[in-house]
Ligand binder design. Structure first.
Ligand code: DHB
Ligand code: FE
Length: 284
């Protein structure tokens, strides 16, 4: 039986990937950010899963205004890093897990969640930057990765409640896969940031902190928060945070023996225009 061992939450700011690729991580601007991930990299070495189910958003790279899937699961064997305008990042190709991905698609679609099945796509900073943050520079990612893209770019976006319930369906799917795999579910994007318009540069530390507290201890009520609250309080791109509820929904229940253990928590401002938040939760 496969099982979900932990979930990881992190921002995906593209400039973080650039700083790593150009060897700038020791510069005064970046050093405090990367030091917050040192513990995470050790934790990843000690807790390397077989598969990461990586929830992220595509930024008009693989998809565009022509086709906008709300939820898309990568069922292919290989996903290349995309060229987002400055060439492909010098990071390894992503190896998928077609068998587990197909099983999750089957289970979750029969559980009434509509997924788009994607057999070929390239992955942008939304997926590669979290991998870089957690694994550092490496010749090959040390495990398989199933990309799971969520539309948070073009309205209407899915509600937090739907994301949370989808996470629970993903948990049921993983637990019904007949192979002894250790699976992590990652929720990425956020935290508060707005890249456009009069409020560009918006950061809301207080709101972000409360979001992290509630994600850990009270995800059920957090999942009821309407999308407009994310946009109002965390900025237009703060809506990326609904994706964290998919990963949280895939963990144990909030109360009782299923409460996840906080292995690491980190928050840092600034990274480019974004407040960086990071959490590692272990299933007990
Ligand atoms: C930035 C943040 C993002 O989430 C993104 O997709 C692009 C840019 C930024 O802060 O620069
Ligand atoms: Fe983004």
């Amino acid at each position: 039986m496969a099982r979900i061992t932990a979930s990881v939450y992190t921002s995906h700011v593209p400039a973080i990937g650039v700083a790593m690729d150009l060897g700038k991580t020791g510069e005064p601007y970046w050093q405090p950010l990367f030091s917050g991930y040192e513990k995470s990299r050790q934790w990843m070495k000690d807790n390397t899963p077989d598969v990461i189910f990586l929830v992220y958003n595509d930024h008009a790279t693989a998809f565009s205004l022509e086709i906008i899937p709300t939820f898309a699961i990568g069922c292919g064997a290989v996903f290349k890093p995309a060229d987002e305008g400055w060439g492909r990042r010098p990071v390894p190709v992503v190896r998928g897990h077609p068998e587990l991905a197909a099983h999750i698609a089957q289970s979750v679609i029969q559980d009434d969640f509509d997924l788009t099945i994607v057999n070929r796509m390239e992955v942008d900073h939304g997926l590669t930057v979290p991998l870089s943050l957690m694994f550092g520079q490496t010749e090959a990612w040390p495990c398989a990765v199933i990309p799971f893209a969520v539309n948070v770019v073009q309205y209407p976006v899915p509600s937090g409640r739907r994301c949370y319930n989808l996470g629970r369906a993903i948990r049921r799917a993983v637990e019904s896969f007949d192979r002894p795999l250790k699976v992590q579910v990652w929720g990425t994007g956020g935290m508060s940031h707005q890249l456009q318009g009069p409020r560009a540069g918006l950061i809301n530390r207080e709101w972000d902190t409360a979001f992290l507290d509630r994600l850990i201890a009270d995800p059920e009520s957090l999942a009821q928060m309407p999308h407009i609250d994310y946009v109002r309080e965390a900025g237009s791109e703060g809506i990326e945070l609904v994706m964290w509820l998919i990963a949280r929904g895939a963990m144990g229940d909030a109360a009782g023996p299923g409460t996840p253990r906080v292995a690491h928590r980190f928050y840092h401002v600034p990274a480019s225009n974004t407040a960086v938040g990071h959490l590692i939760l272990e299933n007990t």
